[in-house]
Design a protein around this ligand. Structure first.
Ligand code: RP5
Length: 181
């Protein structure tokens, strides 16, 4: 569920996931302004039927909540965290500091600039605290990386990923064929 931290009582679904599913992936963001960037990644998680939860856990505006959420994530049964933030993008790194789970960082392009600041803020972590960082606004790759991680212990998931690869290749080959005609 998507929970607006300014109004936690008002919950609306951003992912259309069945309520009864145990979330395996947490998708967290620094602000609800990041949500549009995350929607393509959420579509990937839905395509692979991955139960997930979507939350706002700002490293700056809700630091205590962010730390408690990341600290509890592993014991909640989550398997990985996708964390998106822009500008002074501290959320992915701070989440990684509070959890042993793999954290995938999505740099969000800020209003000013091309997003290089977000990218470097997320990937330039000190040794010992890794964040797997995708390119600016690339929530699709973040979600696909999460699928690959889950596929390590879920043969069905890995099979669906292999089917996705075949499907992707077929799409490109069809485009190539049309161009060559
Ligand atoms: C970051 O600041 C958020 O991740 C967002 O990308 C950026 C701007 O937030 P808003 O001012 O739009 O809420 O913490």
């Amino acid at each position: 569920d998507y929970v607006d931290q300014a109004n936690p009582q008002s919950t609306r679904s951003a992912s259309a996931q069945p309520k009864e599913s145990q979330p395996l992936v947490a998708v967290v963001m620094g602000s609800d302004s990041d949500l549009p960037v995350l929607q393509p990644g959420l579509a990937i998680l839905n395509k692979f039927h991955i139960p997930h939860t979507v939350r706002i856990t700002s490293a700056h505006r809700t630091p205590t909540w962010m730390a408690s959420y990341a600290s509890a994530a592993a014991s909640q049964g989550l398997k990985c965290i996708i964390a998106a933030a822009g500008g002074a993008a501290h959320l992915p790194g701070m989440a990684a500091a509070h959890t042993p789970l793999p954290v995938i960082g999505v740099p969000v392009k800020p209003t000013i600039g091309d997003g290089l600041d977000s990218l470097l803020s997320i990937c330039n972590m000190p040794k010992g605290v890794p964040v797997a960082t995708v390119s600016v606004n690339n929530s699709i790759n973040a979600a696909l990386l999460a699928v690959r991680m889950l596929g390590m212990s879920d043969p069905g998931m890995r099979r669906r990923y292999e089917e996705y690869m075949v499907e992707s290749e077929r799409e490109v080959r069809e485009k190539d064929t049309r161009l060559a005609e």
